[in-house]
Design a protein around this ligand. Structure first.
Ligand code: VG1
Ligand code: CO
Length: 542
């Protein structure tokens, strides 16, 4: 039986960088999730006759949310839903299933790298038929719908048993419960040289993969341990838990410190990696050698042709604006087009669909390619493994050769978390107000060449996105970028991105914080971070 439920619209259901993210308890209020799901359906012209992929990263409330969405989709005439067993799907696997099954899109439940649990974060986002995050025009339509809609329909029905693979029905809707890993693992086999990687593991290559009690555990175990023959136990924290076992599933040196300690210690394996809550991020570390995400993008782009799926070469490289220009140097050397987009994977979709680029990346531990329309943590790890297997060198050697050839873009991001929103907004407003007067002036002995607020015109559809981050560029192309996070759920998070290019051959092996010291000081001077926010040091440095 179909039931119509009325409700009062909720404030603030505005999707951010990647979907709607709030405290889990906010989502658990009666009708809150339903109101947003209704807005998704409104923004895409209704659910009737459509097929959707549905799944999430297994965090607290994932199981309830999947059932709620299934009942609403069934009530509103959706013809089919493809759901990962147990309601689980990594973000890249969901993107792949959308494309593979030519569905009308997918609903992904995740707050990604944010902690999970009843007191932590939950999230939801919609991906389009191309497998990629809804573009801004669609997320804006969702937000508009959340302000006006006052009712939704749902089916009066019991929960489905999502643990059994197979096909069941819910009202008139067919629900296919699928193995979350199988199709994704086949896709990886089609892209990479599994025999070469298997041979390398058989010859004694060692690895640690920290799944951080999040969604990639089952994927990594199947691919690394079962298919590639890495030693059992290579994958740690491999069982997805609703609260990620209390871990903060953000793969960076701060939150993946267990992995970092092992990789920098005396008994380090050859290669280490970690991924985030929903499996789209990656951190890679060699024995004693941390790889910054911007460098990782550049190394992967320069070496991708060593993997069978990319042997024909790349069409182009795209990076988010705050990501370092290391990838640009590779693009230039290889004669490839290079694109600079705003932060967030949704901006890569058009470029990938139009065949203008093959590999994309963000400084925030995100790398991916045209195999799906999301960043893909395990994909990046496997491409690294493929490159390591073919080149037969260590991560440290590959990095050193890369810097010797292209020079090094020293890079760091400083995050100041949970600042009072009004203070962060005032700081950004004051900074924006003085941008026009900065070029030609000096700070910390460095000359400012340009200062602006990044705006992006999509080269494919011409859409314009304003206010995507304040950039200060110095005479030697060193750079500071300031932006406020669009994924946090508490106050404001200020991200300060710092970059300086060192052409070499000298000075290629400094500590990035030392190499960037004058830029860091300039960043504080220019934005008056401490006077505005009361903070003198960042909470997280990556
Ligand atoms: C952050 C990152 C951004 C990334 C986004 C989603 O956004 O900076 O690069 O695309 O998270 O990643 P923000 O607005 O907080 O800076 V994930 O792994 O949450 O899907
Ligand atoms: Co993520």
């Amino acid at each position: 039986m179909i039931r119509t439920q009325s409700f009062t619209p909720f404030d603030g259901q505005k999707p951010g960088t990647s979907g709607l993210r709030k405290k889990t308890r906010v989502f658990m209020q009666p009708h809150y999730l339903e109101a947003f799901v209704q807005a998704i359906f409104a923004a895409i012209g209704g659910a009737a006759g459509k097929t959707f992929v549905i799944g999430g990263d297994g965090r607290f409330y994932n199981d309830r949310a999947v059932q709620i969405i299934l009942r609403m989709a069934a009530a509103q005439g959706a013809s089919r839903a493809i759901v990962g067993q147990g309601g689980l799907l990594s973000t890249p696997a969901a993107s792949h299933l959308i494309r593979l099954n030519k569905t009308d899109g997918g609903i992904i439940l995740s707050a990604s790298h944010n902690p999970g649990g009843v007191e932590e974060d939950f999230g939801i986002k919609f991906n389009m038929a191309n497998g990629g995050p809804a573009p801004e025009a669609v997320t804006e339509a969702m937000y508009a719908a959340t302000k006006t809609q006052t009712e939704y329909t749902t089916l009066e029905a019991a929960d489905l048993d999502l643990n059994r693979i197979g096909t069941v029905s819910l009202g008139d809707m067919v629900v296919q419960i699928v193995d979350p890993v199988a199709d994704y693992a086949s896709l990886m086999e089609s892209l990479f040289d599994f025999p070469a990687m298997r041979a390398r593991f058989a010859a004694g290559f060692t690895m640690r993969f920290d799944a951080m009690c999040a969604i990639t555990g089952p994927y990594a175990r199947d691919i690394l341990e079962n298919r590639l023959g890495a030693a059992k136990g290579t994958v740690t924290h491999g069982t997805p838990l609703p609260d990620f076992g209390g871990m903060h599933p953000d793969p960076n040196p701060t939150w993946a410190h267990e992995l970092m300690d092992e990789m920098m210690g005396p008994a380090a394996p050859d290669f280490g990696a970690a991924s985030d809550g929903d499996g789209d991020r990656n951190m890679v570390v060699g024995r004693g050698a941390y790889v910054s995400p911007s460098d990782s993008l550049a190394v992967l782009a320069a070496n991708a042709h060593l993997a069978p799926g990319y042997a024909a070469g790349l069409k182009g490289i795209a990076r988010s604006m705050p990501t370092s220009a290391a990838a640009d140097r590779v693009a230039q050397a290889m004669g490839l087009a290079c694109f600079e987009t705003p932060t967030g994977w949704k901006f890569f979709g058009n470029l990938l669909d139009a065949g203008r680029c093959t590999i994309c990346g963000e400084e925030s531990f995100g790398t991916g390619s045209d195999h799906v329309r999301e960043k893909d943590g395990l994909w990046a790890v496997l491409l690294w493994l493929n490159i390591l297997a073919v080149r037969g060198q260590s991560v440290a050697e590959i990095l050193a050769e890369h810097w010797a050839k292209y020079g090094r873009n020293y890079y760091s991001r400083h995050d100041f978390e949970a600042i009072e929103s009004a203070k962060a907004d005032a700081m950004m407003a004051a900074l924006r107000a003085k941008l026009a007067s900065l070029p030609g002036t000096q700070v910390q002995g460095m000359q400012i060449k340009a200062a602006d607020d990044f705006a992006y015109t999509d080269p494919v559809d011409g859409s314009v996105s304003q206010n995507q981050g304040v950039r200060i560029i110095f005479a030697d192309d060193s750079r500071i970028v300031y932006r406020l996070s669009g994924t946090g759920t508490q106050g404001a998070t200020l991200r300060v991105y710092l970059e300086r290019y060192q052409p070499g051959p000298e000075g290629l092996h400094l500590d990035p914080q030392e190499a960037l010291a004058p830029i860091i000081a300039a960043a504080h001077d220019l934005a008056q971070i401490t006077p505005h926010t009361g903070r003198s040091a960042p909470d997280v440095i990556t």
